[in-house]
Design a protein around this ligand. Sequence first.
Ligand SMILES: C[S@@+](CC[C@H](N)C(=O)[O-])C[C@H]1O[C@@H](n2cnc3c(N)ncnc32)[C@H](O)[C@@H]1O
Length: 272
Amino acid sequence: MAHVKDLLSVVQKYWELYIGIDDLLAPVIIELNSEYYTSSDSETDTQLKGRQQTQAFAAVEAVMRHLISRNLKKPSSGIGGFLVSKFFVKKNRILEAAAAHLCNINPDHQVLEVGFGPGLGLKEVFNKVSKGSGTVHGIDISQKSFSLANKNLKQEIGTGKIKLHLASVTDIPYDSCTFDSIFHCNCYYFWPNMDDAVTELHRVIKPDKSMVATLSLPRMKMVQKHGFMQYGNIDPERYMTSLEKNGFYDVVMKTIPFEDKEIDAIIAKARK
Ligand SMILES: C[S@@+](CC[C@H](N)C(=O)[O-])C[C@H]1O[C@@H](n2cnc3c(N)ncnc32)[C@H](O)[C@@H]1O
């Protein structure tokens, strides 16, 4: 009886994983097409085995690239979302801290983060406004990020100083001219329409206030080179051109030392 129970729990576990990865099997099916199974006349058994092994590895790689690319854009509740969220916490804390630092936040500021992921940047800003009348606001389109940040920031949210929304950068649930600072880390790559997003950000920021984006361009180039940016565009020029076109001025990109690393930052001010 115990064996049946064990077996059922294993089946359930894999079923949940399967649900989490839903359409991820598509690349495998494409890779393992009918040629995979049939050998040509000239192919020996050993050659067929070798070819099948290579094709199977390629299929697994394609699944991994698809899984990671999709979850970098919008973390899901499946295994991919779990893995990339762990990665964000480990690798991106410094980018979030640098953005909060570059925003020159004072304790009475109203601050917005777009694409907060696990919520590390929101925590940094919370510490900066905790002694004043300032508040911290976040928007993210991923239910996974929203739930994770709510969990990680439970105490801070309880103070009423942090407010999170499940919302897109193209439709920000705030009045015009609300924020003294806006920041985002590793995020502009995924915005569905750059001009719409930048216009909306320009609407909610106060006149002459700054918006900061942080990233590690060398690292993002590696991510792109390895095929993990299938649903994003890291080109900083595309973002900067849109800023200039849609009401921002003094648009600069600079590489700055922060803690023990170098990070890239794109900073712009809002002309109103
Ligand atoms: C690569 S993650 C970065 C998370 C975090 N800022 C970091 O650096 O660790 C991108 C985040 O932006 C969010 N995002 C993507 N497109 C968005 C959009 N259109 N509006 C708001 N958030 C978005 C994703 O859901 C995800 O949580």
